[in-house]
Design a protein around this ligand. Structure first.
Ligand SMILES: NC(=O)c1ccc[n+]([C@@H]2O[C@H](COP(=O)([O-])OP(=O)(O)OC[C@H]3O[C@@H](n4cnc5c(N)ncnc54)[C@H](OP(=O)(O)O)[C@@H]3O)[C@@H](O)[C@H]2O)c1
Length: 262
């Protein structure tokens, strides 16, 4: 069976990356969005028609909504009025449920790539897990076919497990990245060279993957070095939220390892 043809709704980060990954694999039918400038640019890059009107929707086997989580229910409702019968409608969100679509459109799916996408980074889908949730076996098979065309890791999953993975992903990516941002800002505020921390940054991620994050932990909280931690808390006086984060994270590390120090 040939790969399903695809229409993408949205002109943001995931839309761009999916278009890039799918463009050499399957027929792209259309791009739909609100931002005309973006639509025109995408249309010319990928040689596909664009529209900002749901009424102009062209028939496609699969329509993927790569839009903000909160917009999914409203856009689903609008699309359900114009979709071709039996075509599949899916979203790319880790946290929204299948029900968000299936209560309005019966051929519902989720096509969630477990990765962080930014405009500034090119990324291969080869090793990105694609989590698929589907309303029935036919939808599951079609989305699996699409997933297999771009990734070696297509996984069928229920809403509850996908939400758990999403939460873990937010911590691993968004929260850790924010801590790196705070540390960089702290360096800049104190006229220090953040670049000198680059080898440490790289080793941190590598080491957690190689020897497990439990074994990779070092530092004053693991050693229960109270004086060092108090000094750090004092140094963060001008950054009350960052100071609170330092305190809470140190507490969590201390409690994880306190059997070693008692
Ligand atoms: N970025 C990631 O790392 C990542 C990874 C996996 C999954 N996801 C999921 O993929 C989806 C898209 O994320 P993203 O990062 O690509 O977001 P994004 O870059 O912020 O883009 C969001 C898109 O949604 C559109 N949109 C927002 N509200 C809308 C509405 N009411 N009607 C129509 N379009 C609307 C925006 O249009 P305008 O430009 O006109 O506002 C924009 O095109 C989300 O469900 C997200 O959870 C994201």
């Amino acid at each position: 069976m040939s790969l399903p043809s695809v229409t993408i709704v949205g002109t943001g980060r995931v839309a761009h990356h999916l278009l890039t990954a799918l463009s050499h694999k399957t027929k792209l039918i259309q791009i739909i969005g609100r931002n005309q400038q973006e639509l025109i640019q995408i249309s010319s890059s990928f040689a596909i028609p664009w529209t900002d009107e749901f009424n102009n929707l062209l028939p496609a086997d699969v329509t993927i909504m790569a839009i903000s989580d909160d917009a999914i229910p409203e856009v689903t409702k609008n699309l359900s009025k114009v979709l071709t019968p039996k075509s599949i409608l899916c979203h790319t969100s880790g946290s929204r449920t299948l029900n968000d679509i299936s209560q309005v459109w019966p051929f519902a799916g989720i096509f969630y790539p477990l990765q962080s996408f930014s405009h500034e980074r090119k990324i291969s889908f080869d090793n990105i897990p694609i989590f698929i949730t589907a309303s029935d076996r036919t939808v599951q098979n079609r989305l699996t076919q699409l997933g297999n065309a771009i990734s070696k890791k297509v996984i069928h999953i229920n809403d509850a497990d996908r939400k758990h993975y999403h939460l873990a992903a937010v911590i691993i990516n968004n929260h850790i990245n924010h801590l790196i941002y705070l540390a960089k800002k702290y360096c800049e505020d104190h006229h220090l060279e953040f670049d000198l921390l680059q080898p440490l940054l790289e080793e941190t991620v590598l080491k957690a993957s190689k020897i497990t994050p439990f074994h990779a932990q070092t530092g004053p909280a693991r050693r229960a070095d109270e004086e060092t931690m108090s000094e750090h808390i004092e140094l963060l006086e001008e950054y009350p939220l960052f100071q609170e984060l330092y305190h809470l994270l140190s507490e969590s590390i201390f409690l994880t390892y306190h059997h070693e120090n008692s």
